[in-house]
Design a protein around this ligand. Sequence first.
Ligand code: FE2
Ligand code: FE2
Length: 322
Amino acid sequence: MILLDVLLPGESGLDLLRELSRDQTDIVVIVLTGYPARPDMSEALRLGAASYLCKPFDPLVLEGLVTAAQHTYEAKRRDRARACAVEASLRNARAMLEQVPRHLARGLAGAWDLRHVETGAHVRRIGAYSEALASSLGMTADDAETLGQVAMLHDIGKIAIPDAILAKPGRFTTEEFEIMKAHPKIGAEMLAGVAHPFLERAAQVALRHHERWDGSGYPGGLRGEDCSYDARIVAVADVYDALGQARCYKPSWTDTEIEAYFVEKAGRLFDRRVVEALLDGRPRMREIAKSFPDPSEGQELTSGVLKVGTRVSSTGSAANDM
Ligand SMILES: [Fe+2]
Ligand SMILES: [Fe+2]
């Protein structure tokens, strides 16, 4: 608290008050003057002085003003402390909220281990491939990491596909393939309805990861950049994984075969830029594949389900839902 005289040697008390008001300090100022002038008084109050007192004054009046100013100051401090506490808990809540979808992505990958273990390994690899592709395409580290987690949910709609189809060890009939093709829409519906940027992004990727650059994909037959960049990245990661993994009906494709396939399909089925990032980043992709291997032969989970993988569909694709 400052008891501030207006007339001071050098600069005036009002100049000091002006400086204090610019710095927005908590200091309470009571202005005193022996030469009261209405414009000075108004200016002092405008600059934030708590009150204004003309000399000579009764010390009791000053005491009253000081006490009142002190109460105001303490109330302000309490308010500020409360506001800080509210802001801190909001920050925590926001941080927690941001973590929820990420835990959800990881948790659901774990859930796949109980339902269809190869899909669990697949979605983890797709997450890591998509993040690597996105960052080599120039996405920020945060954005690429988020896309990686979003990508882990791309096949979430397969949860609605019956085991008889999801885990079928042979070729799909046309009807079965049609049922499998419903998984993008089902996944998008599962993730939609909550206005959360992560889930909205995940719903888009779930819906569009089987679209193809030339419009031959599903469910929308979107062409080129009508399909989101995220989904174009995940589409490449998804097919790269399907080709690179061994299945009961086929060995994994060799690096040369995979490379030849993507070179041929760049600009036809896939965004050329994404394919280039994939081809440039092959060593990293191979490392990722090693980090998240399919379960080994005979490996079973306690739930007793599984043992199978993607297969050649009746349409002759290299994977059942390509
Ligand atoms: Fe899919
Ligand atoms: Fe997939």
